[in-house]
Structures are given as structure tokens and as C-alpha cells.
Design a protein around this ligand. Structure first.
Ligand SMILES: Cc1cc2nc3c(=O)[nH]c(=O)nc-3n(C[C@H](O)[C@H](O)[C@H](O)COP(=O)(O)OP(=O)(O)OC[C@H]3O[C@@H](n4cnc5c(N)ncnc54)[C@H](O)[C@@H]3O)c2cc1C
Length: 1004
């Protein structure tokens, strides 16, 4: 990691380097510092933009609310709206307001004159703030900035701010806009007077124009899981860009984005830059982020690659702009954090990488991107020590972040390049927020410098902290130690995880066509009837042949369960729980294989199939913990009397599971019943029985005794119905359609001859789930969330979004983008890694969905109907617009990739429409209006409400799942009340007083 000192000579060298660094840093610091009283003065100045920043730095609560307000500001369409949001965000009782701001916010109504004044003051201030960091909103403006920079002897690189690229039209436009930008800049460059410091070096002419681009923006579906497909798509556009740039004499630099894209970005660039056409190009740059733990390895790999290439490219070294995002993502995904946790570690690694980069200047040119005086001084000190030719090093800063510092660097005689983002404010908002966060963070050098920390502190050599030195990369994130720990999904950005996952599909494809028999009383029993389970992507492919149990075999299974019950009931809860934990481990070991079976048997794309395996594992571990929690019961003892509250199992549970979550849902239902001490019969949907046969293997291997768990595939309408009505069945847990659920509910209610109990039914049924989009929504997020929720697994999730309700002012724009984003999805074989929308489950489902589409055509406008592959049970995504809230396609569950867009006058109407169905399962809201969020929390009639995110993918113990109204009956799966349904509580009171004597607690 940091400089290795192996000898006395090394030590002297390190000391000399440190002395030189300090001397340069002191010089830079003095030259770049504002007058001493600047920070104190800021608050008193009249400029509101400075005041906002100063307040944000001094008050963390205000910082959060202020940045949230700034984030949504560009989407607000009137001063009244701005004033209203200002009050809602900053009027939050947790925020302590400075007097001046309190005064500004002290208006009675947002449309009053003082309200309008407040709106104007704050939006002007934010605009001024934005213009500090954004070099212009048009090419004309950015050219002015560039010309000013060149006068100050600074080079530039221009970055085009853009909204998230979520449609192929946007990806193409990203390229086109860059081509146009390069042309305009190159044209303007012809008239620029030559600036010696930046236009030539050591006799070599340098490109005057440079642009910075984001690689993932060249393909709307860029995804490391589909590494080859993504590479093919972006590479064509990159080649076009590089060719044109060369023709016009412009250099191109590639930014680095979030960690998930890093490996693939590097792989693609290395590949292209080795192609004959581009191999000798030295005007191209790549970025590395020093906050990443694996950045040193990446740099070493780049050095090796560059040696082979023989022509240098530039490596821009930065610390990294997505630190908070990376930490949050790792915590949410239970993945190891890819970044250092301590700022000092990043700084130390930055210096380490600087040294490696500069030591390899023959192979790689260095661009040191930092506003930290110490970091830049260290680079200069090494460059001076190693006498690095000026062509091979330049220093870079972001526009508006450190103007005086940049000038001081120029004074040092180095080529300084300023990164100039340009574009509209709305797409630029995420960039602006990143800069504001960076500027106001406690640990930021810029902030500490502004606060005039002592220079010894500011310039002290950084070190990788002990916490960061400990290799935690293989450990899961432990931010939620007091909570249930979910198992992490496969991280497909990691080649070592991706390859086996894809390989497993090929392996499983070699195992198709076997016959699977029911497991009755511990034995696999042959059956007379059999049925083929086929691959919905390619129905000629038989995944497996399933033996369907007869009624007599059902009787045998129920009888075996009855025999097994007493012993299983007496088995200590911990022992039962440990069998579930063993099953969880086995599921995890077989994760790639099970995901592959899901892909092939029910046509679910790999990422979602993998998520299902995680959910199944979580169910096992969570219910195991839950049973141990419930086992001791409760004591309500008094003097002379014990009162004990305990649980016992109900008896025999019949689980009837659906095909759409063929592993997770059956596992959850079955293991909950089992761990509670019930004997369990699992009847899978016919089309997903092979996966349950695999689950059966796992439960048997985990140690479930014979008769306790039985795998009972059977025809639902006959043998399934027979088992529901059987007098020895105590409980039925069902997930599936409303029609079947209601029938089971009714059948189970009828007391059969010989039956001595009432049956309990837990039924999870359908939904007609809505997402509301209001005016303040972040449309990048909203469109992506709706597309994913509506078309993920072809809309065949009970939680899927089938209605999107959009308020009038943004309706047209939203629909246009929604349609384009949907059109950009890949529809195809679920086994292909590029596929986002696979087939539907079978021909019946396909025909039913198609008849709804026909009905929809008579009720609404078709905004999009996508074509489908020829083979397989495919239905292309369909978007209907202008759908009436009462239309059949807006009221009935379709269970396919069909989305109805409904127009609402305002938020209140949108909420009323959302609640206007017989269902109450999931719902969503995209909004940045706090009062709307509050209202939705109180009034949206759903079991699971998701705000500003997609509405599918409930995670065990985090988003317990289930609905009410006609969406189902019972407590939420994966939640604290679920197991109680499988248990019968009983209370025992004992009088422990004998002749007036009883032990008294605390009395001898
Ligand atoms: C020309 C240029 C181009 C850039 N291009 C990119 C790019 O392509 N991709 C990209 O991601 N960024 C890019 N950046 C942004 C850059 O990452 C940030 O501006 C930079 O990290 C700020 O670092 P600093 O040295 O200026 O400030 P400092 O204040 O010294 O460092 C701040 C940085 O330290 C890191 N940090 C903060 N807290 C912690 C912590 N607790 N633990 C560990 N590390 C922490 C973060 O990276 C943070 O940004 C670019 C910057 C420049 C100047």
C-alpha cells in the first residue's frame, strides 16, 4: 500500500520527498487561500448563494433538507410551488433555521407576495450556486468560459451533463451531441491564440480540445451481467467517437463512474485501445479512483497493459465522486464495501497511486485530479524528484471548485486542465449535488481549508488507518448487526461470480428431461400420470417430467404426515431451526444451479432468479430465528400463580405454491410451517415442479424426517382440491390467483365428516398495483422504477406495477420517456444475459394476456406494443395511455407485461384512483413533495408502499410482504407475525400456593 521502506536509503528518500512535499504545499496553500476572514464574512455577506453554503456547513440538519430541496427545485414549475416546497423542507421541526432564513420563510401562504419573494430569492441563489460549478448551459456559454480559462493558461476538458441514459434514443443522442460538441469546439479552436503553456510541450503539439465522456451512457441497458452484449453496443459508438475526434484533432477522456461499472469499463477500453486502428493513439484517457480498495491492482494491471500496448494513454487519478453511494449500495446489498472507510486512507492511497503512476511515466501519462493542496504537492514533489517530462504529467481540477488553487498550480509551471461540465440545470442536478456534498463534507479538504485549519494538520502525511488496513473486503457489510443479516445476491459485476452463474445455465441444460416423482413418507413413488414441464422460452425443450400423485397417494401422504406429527411436534424448536439453517446453507451452495433451473423452467431472467434464491435462503434463516424467539413463550407470573403462554403447532399444513416465484415462495411457506412443528405437504404449480423437486432434495439432505415434509405434485383441480377438503388437513397456505384462493377459502370453511377443527387459510392473491408520479418526481428514477416494476419478469409478479397514475402537468413528457425506455428493453430467451423481458409462463397465460390487450385497444390508446420472438410463449411489453380508471385493463389483474397509464388532475385525484380497486397489495409513489409523501403514507391502501423506488423485490425481514382487501388474508411473509399463523397459542395457569405458602421472589 503506502510507500514501502525497505532500507535506510529508502528512508532518507522518503524523508526528502516529504520535506519537498511540505515546502511545495505551504507555497500552494498560501497562494490559494482567501483572506483570513473569508469564512466568517460569508455569513454576513449579502449574497444568498454564499449564505446557503455557509449555513449548510454549519448545520447538518439544514444541510440535508437544503440539498433535498435543491435536488427537487428544477422540477418545480411555479413560484408558488417553490415557496410551498421551501416551507415544507425547511419548516421541518428537526431543522434549526438561521434568523435570516426564518424571516424569509415566515409567510402565511405560498402564493402570497412574501412567499413569491422567498421563492425568487432562493431560486436565484441556487441558480447562482449552480453556475459556480457548471461552466455554461449552452456551447456558446461554455466557449466563453473556455476562452477565459485559456487566457489564464489553463487547458480544459468538457463534460456534457445529461439525464440518466435509459433509452436507446438517449444513448444515440449522447453520442450525437458529443460529435456535435467536438465539431463546434474544434471549429472555435481554430481562432484561439496559441497558449504555450498548454498547447505544446517539448516540441509536441497538444490537442486544444478535450472532451470527457461516460462510457455507460453509450448504451441504455449497460449491464455487467451482459458483459459481451454491453461491450458490443458501447464499442461501436466509442469507435465512432474516437474516429471523429481524431479527424477534428480532439482528445477524449473516459470518466469513471460507480464501482459496479468499473471492471467492465476498464476491460472494454483496454480492448478497443488495443485494436490496430486505435493502438497508437496517445490522446485518450482513462480514470482511476483512489477511494477503491482494488485501485492499486487496477493501476498495476494498466501499467502491464500499457507496456504491451507500447503507446501511452493518460490515467487521470481522482479520489472518487460516489463515496456515499458506494457505502449505501454496499449496505443495502450486503456486499463488501469497495471503498476505504476513512478519508485519510483514500488520501494515502492516492499518494501511493500517484507514485506508481509517475514511476511508470514512460508507459502512462499522469493527470492528477484533486483540489487537495497536499495531494497535488505530493505529485509535484515526485515529478520534480523523478524529473518527469512535462508531457507526461498534468494537474486537473473541477470548474469552480478551486480557482485560486488552479492558478497557483499554473504558477508552478505545470499544465493545468479544468474539467468543465455544461448543460441544463435539471440534468445537471446530480452533478451539482455531488459538488455541494463534496464542498460541505466535514472531511473535505476544501471545507477544512476554508475553515482555516492549521496548515500542519491540513498538510500532514495521510495514512491508511488500522480499520482500513484490516482486510474487510471478504466480509459482509456489518452496519446492521442488530438486525437479521440477509444473504447477499450474486454480484454480477464481479467476473469471479458472474462466470460460474452463466456456466451453471449451460451445465443445467445438460441435465434436462429427467423424471421427478413425488416424495411420500420418505420414498420417491412412481405415479400413473405424468406431465412435462417445459421451458417457456422454448417449449420444445422439456425441463423435466413430473409424476402427478393420485388421490390414493394423497391419502397415503396425509396418513404418513399424521404418523410423523407427534415426534416432529416434540422435536425441540432449536433442532428444527437448525435443519432450516442447514437447508439455507445447501441452497446457498447450490445457488448458481438453482437460479439456472429457475431461468429454464419458468423463464425468469438470471438476476431475478438469483434474487429468488437469496429470498429462499433468507426465509430459512429468518424463520429459524423467529421460531427460537417464539419458543420460550411468555410468562405472566404472580405470587402464588404461574401464567405461561406457549405455542404449539397446528398439525398438517398443505402448501399450494405458485409458479411465479417457484423457489422463494414455496420455500418460505413450507419452512415456516415446518419450523413451527407442523408436518407439511408441498404441492407445487405443475409448470414449476422441477424446482420444487430440487428443494425437496435439499430439505431431505438437511435432515427433515420422513413424513414430516412431502413433495406432492398433483393436479390442482382434482387431487389438489381433494387435499384441501381432507379432514386431516389443519391449515392451507396458498399463493396464487384470486379465483383459486377464494375457492380454497370457501372449501376449507366446510366442516368435513370426522373433522375436529376449523381450518386456517392463509392466502396471498393478486394485485392491481399502482405507482403515482407527481410533479416533483425525479423522472430519471420514476421512469426506470416503473419500467422495472411493470416489465420485470414480464409483469408476472403479484407485486408488479400494472397502473401508473401521472399528474396532468408532466403526463405527456413522462409517457414519451416511458415508452422509449420500454422500447429499449431486450425481449428474448430468459437464458440470455441481455434479456430483461423473458416469456410468460405458458400458452394459456399468453392467450389470456393477449385477449386483455385486445380489450385494451377498445378502451384506451396503444402507446407501445413491442414485437416478440417467434418461438416461446412471448408477449411483448404493451403500454396503454389515456386509460380510464374504471377500464377493465385498469381494474382487473392481467399478470403480464401490460401497463396502463392513467392521467390524474392532481395528486389527490391520483391517490383516489390508486385506491379505487378491489386490491391492496403494493403501491408506489415518486415524489419529492414531503406533504404528498406523508399523505400517501397515511392514505394509500396497500400492504407494501414503496416511495421513490420500484415496487417489487420485497426483502425478508426488511420489507415483509403481503396485502389486504382482495389481495389476500394473513400476515406478512418475512415479517415478525408470519410464524404465528402456523401456531396455536395456549395458556397454562397453575396455582402454586400450598396451604398459604408459595415461593415469593426476592424474599428468603
Ligand atoms: C478533473 C477531474 C475529473 C474528475 N473525474 C472523476 C471521475 O471520472 N470519476 C469520479 O468518480 N470522480 C471524478 N472526479 C471527482 C473527484 O473524485 C472528486 O472531486 C475528488 O474525490 C475530490 O477529492 P479532492 O482530492 O479534491 O478532495 P479531498 O477533500 O482531499 O478528498 C475528498 C474525497 O475523499 C474521499 N472520501 C471522503 N470521505 C471519505 C471517507 N470517509 N473514507 C474514504 N474516502 C473518503 C472521496 O473520494 C471524496 O471525494 C474528478 C475530479 C477532477 C478534478
Amino acid at each position: 500500500m503506502v510507500v514501502h521502506i525497505s532500507s535506510r536509503a529508502d528512508e532518507i528518500q522518503v524523508q526528502a520527498l516529504e520535506q519537498l512535499t511540505q515546502a511545495i504545499a505551504q507555497q500552494l496553500l498560501t497562494a490559494s487561500r482567501e483572506s483570513r476572514s473569508f469564512f466568517a464574512q460569508m455569513r454576513d455577506q449579502m449574497r444568498w448563494d454564499d449564505k446557503l453554503l455557509a449555513w449548510a456547513m454549519s448545520n447538518p440538519g439544514l444541510r440535508v433538507q437544503l440539498f433535498r430541496f435543491i435536488d427537487c427545485l428544477p422540477s418545480l414549475r411555479s413560484k408558488t410551488e417553490i415557496a410551498r416546497h421551501l416551507q415544507e423542507y425547511l419548516g421541518d421541526p428537526t431543522v434549526e433555521l438561521p434568523v435570516a432564513l426564518k424571516g424569509l420563510l415566515n409567510f402565511a401562504s405560498p402564493d402570497s407576495l412574501p412567499g413569491q419573494v422567498a421563492a425568487t430569492t432562493v431560486s436565484t441563489a441556487v441558480e447562482t450556486l449552480a453556475h459556480k460549478y457548471i461552466a455554461g448551459e449552452s456551447v456558446k456559454q461554455v466557449l466563453k468560459t473556455i476562452e477565459r480559462l485559456r487566457k489564464d493558461k489553463m487547458a480544459f476538458t468538457v463534460d456534457l451533463l445529461g439525464e440518466a441514459v435509459i433509452t436507446e434514443a438517449e444513448a444515440q443522442s449522447y453520442l450525437d451531441r458529443y460529435l456535435d460538441l467536438i465539431a463546434q469546439l474544434s471549429n472555435a479552436a481554430k481562432t484561439w491564440p496559441r497558449v504555450e503553456a498548454i498547447d505544446q510541450v517539448e516540441g509536441e503539439e497538444l490537442d486544444k480540445v478535450q472532451v470527457s465522456v461516460k462510457l455507460t451512457a453509450f448504451y441504455s441497458q449497460f449491464d455487467p451481467l451482459d458483459a459481451q452484449g454491453s461491450e458490443a453496443k458501447v464499442s461501436d459508438r466509442i469507435r465512432t467517437l474516437l474516429r471523429r475526434a481524431r479527424e477534428l484533432g480532439a482528445a477524449v477522456h473516459f470518466d469513471m463512474e460507480q464501482y459496479v461499472y468499473k471492471d467492465l469499463t476498464l476491460a472494454i477500453l483496454k480492448q478497443i485501445l488495443m485494436e490496430d486502428e486505435f493502438r497508437s493513439r496517445t490522446d485518450i484517457g482513462i480514470t482511476l479512483q483512489a477511494y477503491l480498495r482494488d485501485s492499486e491492482q487496477d493501476l498495476q494491471n494498466l501499467v502491464a497493459w500499457a507496456k504491451e500496448r507500447k503507446y501511452p494513454v493518460t490515467v487521470r487519478l481522482v479520489k472518487g465522486a460516489y463515496w456515499d453511494q458506494e457505502i449505501i449500495k454496499a449496505a443495502q446489498k450486503d456486499w463488501p464495501e469497495p471503498v476505504y472507510k476513512d478519508k485519510s486512507s483514500t488520501d494515502a492511497n492516492f499518494e501511493n497511486l500517484t507514485r506508481i503512476l509517475l514511476e511508470n511515466h514512460e508507459y502512462l501519462y499522469a493527470a492528477i485530479g484533486s483540489h487537495n493542496v497536499r495531494s497535488q504537492a505530493y505529485a509535484i514533489a515526485i515529478a520534480q524528484t523523478l524529473k518527469i517530462p512535462r508531457r507526461r504529467i498534468e494537474l486537473q481540477v473541477l470548474y469552480g471548485m478551486a480557482d485560486k488553487f488552479a492558478k497557483a498550480l499554473v504558477e508552478q509551471g505545470y499544465r493545468v486542465r479544468v474539467y468543465c461540465p455544461y448543460g441544463d440545470l435539471i440534468p445537471g442536478m446530480s452533478y451539482l449535488i455531488r459538488r455541494l456534498l463534496e464542498n460541505t463534507a466535514n472531511s473535505s479538504f476544501l471545507r477544512q481549508n476554508l475553515e482555516e485549519r492549521p496548515s500542519a494538520e491540513l498538510l500532514a502525511p495521510p495514512q491508511v488507518t488500522a480499520a482500513d488496513q484490516a482486510d474487510t473486503t471478504s466480509l459482509p457489510v456489518s452496519t446492521r448487526q442488530d438486525h437479521f443479516q440477509n444473504v447477499p445476491d450474486t454480484d454480477y459485476a464481479d467476473l469471479a461470480q458472474r462466470q460460474p452463474a452463466l456456466q451453471a445455465i449451460a451445465t443445467v441444460q445438460q441435465q434436462l428431461g429427467k423424471t421427478y416423482w413425488p416424495l411420500i413418507n420418505g420414498e420417491y413413488q412412481q405415479t400413473e400420470a405424468q406431465v412435462d414441464s417445459v421451458n417457456p422460452s422454448n417449449p420444445t425443450e422439456v425441463i423435466g417430467r413430473i409424476g402427478l400423485m393420485s388421490q390414493a397417494q394423497a391419502d397415503k401422504a396425509i396418513a404418513a404426515a399424521k404418523v410423523a406429527f407427534p415426534a416432529w411436534q416434540r422435536t425441540p424448536a432449536q433442532q428444527r431451526a437448525n435443519i432450516l439453517r442447514k437447508a439455507a446453507d445447501l441452497l446457498n451452495q447450490r445457488r448458481a444451479e438453482l437460479a439456472a433451473w429457475i431461468v429454464l423452467e419458468v423463464g425468469k431472467p438470471l438476476r431475478e432468479a438469483d434474487g429468488e434464491v437469496s429470498e429462499a435462503i433468507d426465509f430459512c434463516r429468518y424463520y429459524a430465528d423467529e421460531m427460537e424467539r417464539l419458543e420460550p413463550g411468555h410468562s405472566y407470573d404472580l405470587a402464588g400463580e404461574t401464567n405461561r403462554y406457549h405455542y404449539r403447532p397446528r398439525g398438517i399444513v398443505l402448501v399450494i405454491s405458485p409458479w411465479n416465484f417457484p423457489l422463494a415462495i414455496p420455500t418460505g411457506m413450507a419452512v415456516a410451517a415446518l419450523v413451527a412443528g407442523n408436518c407439511t405437504l408441498l404441492k407445487p404449480a405443475e409448470v414449476s415442479s422441477v424446482i420444487i423437486a430440487k428443494l425437496t432434495e435439499i430439505l431431505v439432505e438437511a435432515g427433515i424426517p420422513k413424513g414430516v415434509f412431502q413433495y406432492v405434485p398433483a393436479k390442482g383441480s382434482t387431487v389438489g382440491a381433494y387435499m384441501v377438503k381432507h379432514p386431516d388437513i389443519h391449515m392451507i397456505t396458498f399463493t396464487g390467483s384470486q379465483e383459486v384462493g377464494c375457492r380454497i377459502y370457501a372449501d376449507a370453511a366446510i366442516l368435513q365428516p370426522g373433522q375436529r377443527h376449523l381450518k386456517r387459510v392463509v392466502a396471498e392473491m393478486g394485485g392491481k398495483n399502482a405507482i403515482i408520479i407527481d410533479e416533483s418526481a425525479d423522472l430519471d428514477q420514476a421512469v426506470q422504477g416503473v419500467v422495472q416494476s411493470a416489465f420485470g419478469y414480464s409483469g408476472q409478479k403479484c407485486s408488479a406495477c400494472s397502473r401508473v397514475i401521472v399528474v396532468e402537468p408532466i403526463y405527456t413528457g413522462f409517457v414519451a420517456r416511458l415508452v422509449e425506455a420500454t422500447r429499449s428493453l431486450n425481449v428474448g430467451d430468459a437464458a440470455h444475459p441481455s434479456t430483461q423481458v423473458g416469456p410468460v409462463i405458458d400458452a394459456t397465460a399468453r392467450d389470456r394476456i393477449k385477449s386483455y390487450i385486445e380489450k385494451g385497444k377498445s378502451e384506451a390508446q396503444v402507446a407501445l406494443e413491442m414485437p416478440t420472438p417467434d418461438t416461446g410463449y412471448f408477449v411483448g411489453p404493451v403500454v396503454f395511455s389515456e386509460v380510464a380508471p374504471t377500464a377493465a385493463i385498469a381494474q382487473e389483474e392481467i399478470f403480464g407485461p401490460v401497463l396502463s397509464v392513467i392521467r390524474a388532475k392532481d395528486f389527490a385525484e391520483a391517490l383516489a384512483i390508486a385506491n379505487g380497486t378491489q386490491f391492496a397489495l403494493t403501491g408506489g409513489l415518486y415524489s419529492r413533495t414531503p406533504s404528498h409523501i406523508q399523505q400517501a403514507q397515511a392514505e394509500f391502501e396497500v400492504g407494501n408502499l414503496y416511495i421513490n423506488r420500484g415496487i417489487t423485490g420485497a426483502i425478508v425481514a426488511r420489507q415483509p410482504f403481503g396485502g389486504f382487501k382482495l389481495s389476500g388474508v394473513g400476515s406478512k411473509a418475512g415479517g415478525p407475525d408470519y410464524l404465528l399463523q402456523f401456531l396455536e397459542p395456549y395458556a397454562i395457569t397453575e396455582n402454586i400456593q400450598r396451604q398459604g405458602f408459595a415461593p415469593l421472589e426476592g424474599v428468603d
